[in-house]
Design a protein around this ligand. Structure first.
Ligand code: NAD
Length: 288
């Protein structure tokens, strides 16, 4: 059987380390989360962030706006929090309403409080391979690999998915760790053959059952980033009455490969933990 890359376990270890850092901060640390609308998935992600924050002793200020709020009001809320010394990090929960330009809103966050690392300065740092924050999913995957002692340097990595926040961020993070990286997407031909060549296969397509036994080989490390809701499942696996699955056919792939992250319980908990690691990194740069 493969090594199961247990994100809950790795996130617990990170939580313990972060809790120690929080204790060193002389005042309360607060992360502000700005939410527009009330999507069920966003509510679930915010709940997970709040629970992790409580565990490590960070406060979460949740600022909720209705779906039909004016963009200027959300912008003002961000700008006001940029200037507040009692708030160390700001997240604008994505997705925003479909007709909004998320980049315009996000760019209002000062880089010093940009916990999601999605403002231009942080993205440019990632692109340039400079030290700095990176989007939480990419950071979480690096920490998961590190926790299990799986090196990236010199390895052939293949990332399925090219969104800025997930696929591209992971690919750049891996490149910065000296992996040789291929990015695949929905127009890629021969995905299975390419995937088989990788030492580390990361799948972030949001397509359940995309990766089966035809795409993998013995010895590979498989990281399943996808979160998909499908009908059915056992009660304890359900969220909103639906089962969560990744992009990889776990039962089919796991007997073949060397290591694999499950869904749920793999990248998800590490994404949340990495977000707070980002917050503490930002705080570490502040003078007090
Ligand atoms: P997205 O829809 O923005 O991007 C999906 C990407 O997958 C695109 O680049 C597309 O080209 C590619 N793709 C789609 N179908 C494909 C196919 N058949 N073959 C190859 N490539 C294909 O989604 P996203 O925001 O990048 O998120 C991807 C997945 O990761 C989603 O399931 C999302 O829920 C999940 N996610 C998980 C975490 C976590 O913490 N585990 C965090 C963020 C996102």
């Amino acid at each position: 059987m493969p090594l199961i890359l247990d994100g809950k376990k790795a996130a617990e270890a990170l939580a313990a380390a972060l809790q120690e850092k929080v204790k060193l901060w002389p005042a309360a640390l607060t992360l502000s989360v700005i939410q527009v609308g009330a999507r069920a998935d966003s509510n679930a992600y915010i709940k997970a962030k709040t629970a992790f924050a409580e565990k490590i002793g960070v406060k979460v200020e949740l600022v909720k706006f209705p779906e039909d709020i004016l963009e200027e009001i959300v912008t003002s809320a961000v700008l006001e929090r940029n200037n507040r010394t009692d708030i160390q990090g700001i997240i604008v929960q994505l997705p925003l309403p479909a007709h909004w330009d998320a980049d315009v809103i996000l760019e209002n966050i000062i880089p010093e409080k940009d916990v999601d690392a999605l403002t231009a300065k942080n993205v440019k740092n990632l692109l340039a391979g400079r030290a700095g924050l990176m989007p939480a999913t990419a950071a979480g995957i690096l920490k998961l690999l590190e926790f299990y002692g799986l090196p990236l340097s010199g390895k052939r990595a293949l990332v399925v998915g090219r969104s800025l926040m997930v696929g591209k961020a992971i690919a750049l993070a891996f490149l910065n760790q000296d992996a040789t990286v291929t990015i695949c997407h929905k127009k890629t031909e021969n995905l299975a053959a390419l995937a088989k060549e990788a030492d580390i296969l990361v799948v972030a397509a949001g397509r359940p059952a995309l990766i089966g036994k035809d795409c993998v080989k013995a010895g590979q490390v498989v990281i399943d980033v996808g979160i998909n809701e499908v009908p059915g499942g056992k009660l304890d696996e359900e969220i909103f009455g639906r089962k969560l699955v990744g992009d990889v056919k776990f039962d089919e792939v796991s007997p073949i490969v060397a290591a694999i992250s499950p869904v749920p319980g793999g990248v998800g908990p590490m994404t949340v933990a990495a977000l707070f690691s980002n917050l503490l990194d930002l705080v570490g740069n502040l003078k007090y």
